[in-house]
Design a protein. Structure first.
Length: 77
């Protein structure tokens, strides 16, 4: 645990509406929405036979992992 790294005291911003993922086979790039979990990213890319480097623990959000928090995605709505 890293005290102060994730929603311990402060504002938490929900990114769940940013959930698009677009894969371009021609460019071999992927655009990943910050509101996705890495599980969702891996599942969307699997049919294309490609992968990206991301979180290893189930349920970790893209935004939190990228910014160093890596908290599990919890839907409160």
């Amino acid at each position: 645990m890293n005290p102060g790294f994730s929603s311990t005291n402060g504002v938490q911003i929900g990114m769940s509406q940013f959930s698009d993922i677009q894969y371009s086979p021609e460019l071999q790039t992927v655009t990943v929405g910050a509101g996705l979990t890495w599980d969702e990213v891996y599942a969307a890319l699997e049919p294309h036979g490609v992968n990206v480097v991301g979180g290893r623990v189930s349920g970790i959000g893209v935004a939190g992992f990228t910014l160093g928090g890596g908290t599990r995605k919890i839907n409160l709505f």
